[in-house]
Design a protein around this ligand. Structure first.
Ligand code: ZN
Length: 488
């Protein structure tokens, strides 16, 4: 039954006849095709100069949303990525499988004009055996994950007293008092923040810098309260830093309930000890790739509109929202435009970046090659906020571009896209922006649930709503259509 459930929704992509992803087999009304061809031949006129939105744009954008909601395949593709391949840490076998699979989808199933790869060496960290953490004297283990990039503990683990702190600075103030001990960073996610990203930002320094600060003061391990917004006991991993010249100590994250248990134990007995065992290891860098699918532009094939996500994920959960959703959004935004018969003027690229989570090597390689090859990008757009309901876009570009994008807002139903933020982008496209000055943008989604599951075993396919995900694809397709037609 489970097998049936998993396979069926995707199988129609590859075995049904006619294949709905093959543009040759599209059931698309002829008269509508002719309307699109007619309008595609008109000289584009920016809606800025009009008081009323261009009816053709209204029709096109409505069609993009309706098509995605009624018969979009973003959800089926994400299901395959999550359930048939799974989590995709850089350097892993699964990451390689996901690269092959997305390459194949864009080249063979969808027939994009050109699909190619960029070679990139990626960091190769392995979690090893399941981590173990326990309050000495308490038989029930704490729920724990190694923070990505951590060194292992000795084979039989470490056992030491714990010092609880609320900040990096508090560790410096304690100084010698943490020597030989485990530092436990317990500052919670900032629940007062209206944006979940703000709440995360208020806690995540403990993960990224905690081990360095603890080690500088002689501590032998760093444990954090997970940087997550939920109240469950599922720990959240993520990346962290070491510093040259500072001892590399093990770094781990506890589930929220486990963090509260440890606090309670310390309140009862300040000499409470914790036992921690982790067997993670660093291996040699591994060969990997960015994967790029292109639809050639009819008028300006040398000018590129990029939309992308990152194909790697953490090694727990499925990497469904982070960032399977953004990768599938990108592929299907291009495909939906093709399906509706839209012939782009500029070249459209869907980019699956590798290694966003722990090194950004894919984004850096893309920028390096774009500069070396003198490629011209009109804009780079990233979807890395999860497969939640789209709300707006962010744009880091000129004031003129920002004004132009804002003039497009009346084309969207406000229950989908209702704002354009001044500022935006993504980790994978920032190097391109920095190297070449390409404007960068992002799909902005309703992120209130993102940090309940971000980087945790809860980031699974089942946490994604089909309608919300497909709306993201439609929003990106609509934005690409507008940029292609009216420029930046
Ligand atoms: Zn991400």
């Amino acid at each position: 039954m489970l097998f049936h459930f998993i396979i069926l929704p995707f199988s129609h992509l590859i075995i049904s006849s006619p294949n709905p992803l093959n543009p040759a087999n599209m059931r698309f009304p002829l008269f509508f095709s002719l309307i699109l061809v007619f309008f595609a031949c008109q000289t584009p006129q920016s809606p800025e100069t009009k008081s009323e939105p261009n009816p053709e744009d209204v029709r096109m954008i409505r069609s993009l949303f309706e098509d995605c909601l009624e018969s979009g395949d973003t959800y089926a593709l994400l299901e395959h990525l999550c359930l048939q391949i799974g989590p995709r840490l850089s350097g892993s076998e699964n990451a390689a499988k996901a690269i092959d699979w997305t390459h194949n989808i864009m080249e063979k199933e969808l027939g994009f004009d050109r699909v190619f790869r960029q070679d990139v060496m990626v960091p190769n960290w392995k979690r090893g055996e399941a981590e173990f953490c326990q309050i000495v004297g308490d038989p029930k283990p704490l729920s724990v994950l190694a923070i990505g990039g951590s060194v292992a503990t000795p084979a039989d683990g470490i056992t030491a007293e714990v010092v609880e702190v609320q900040s990096l600075d508090e560790v410096d103030e304690l100084g010698e008092a943490v020597r030989g001990k485990i530092v436990f960073y317990n500052r919670p996610f900032n629940q007062k923040s209206l944006s979940s990203g703000g709440g995360y930002g208020g806690a995540v320094d403990q993960r990224s810098q905690g081990a360095i600060r603890a080690a500088k003061n002689g501590a032998i391990a760093s444990i954090i309260r997970s940087a997550g917004s939920g109240f469950d006991d599922v720990p959240h991993t993520g990346t962290h830093n070491y510093e040259d010249g500072v001892p590399r100590i093990p770094a781990a994250a506890l589930g929220i309930i486990s963090a509260d248990r440890l606090t309670a134990a310390l309140a009862q007995n300040p000499q409470t000890k914790v036992h921690l065992k982790m067997s993670c290891e660093w291996q040699d860098d591994a060969p990997s790739h960015n994967v790029i699918g292109e639809i050639k532009g009819s008028e300006h094939p040398d000018k590129i509109i990029l939309v992308g996500g990152h194909i790697d994920s953490w090694d727990v959960g499925h990497g469904a929202h982070d960032d399977g959703a953004g990768c599938m959004h990108s592929i299907m935004a291009l495909q939906t435009l093709r399906k509706l018969g839209y012939q782009p003027r500029h070249t459209l690229r869907a980019v699956m970046f590798i290694n966003e989570e722990n090194g950004s090597r894919g984004g850096k390689k893309y920028a390096e090659l774009a500069k070396a090859n003198n490629e011209q990008h009109i804009v780079a757009i990233e979807s890395d906020g999860g497969g939640f309901t789209p709300r707006g876009f962010g744009l880091k570009g000129t004031p003129e571009s920002l004004a132009k994008w804002r003039s497009w807002l009346p084309l969207f139903n406000p229950i989908t896209i209702s704002y354009i933020n001044d500022g935006g982008g993504g980790v994978d496209i920032r190097p391109l922006h920095n190297e070449t000055g390409t404007p960068m943008a992002n799909l902005s989604v309703d992120g209130q649930r993102m940090f309940d599951l971000h980087h945790s075993p809860n980031d699974v396919f089942e946490s994604v709503s089909r309608r919300e995900l497909e709306m993201g694809t439609a929003s990106l397709a609509a934005l690409i259509y507008l940029v292609d037609k009216y420029g930046m």
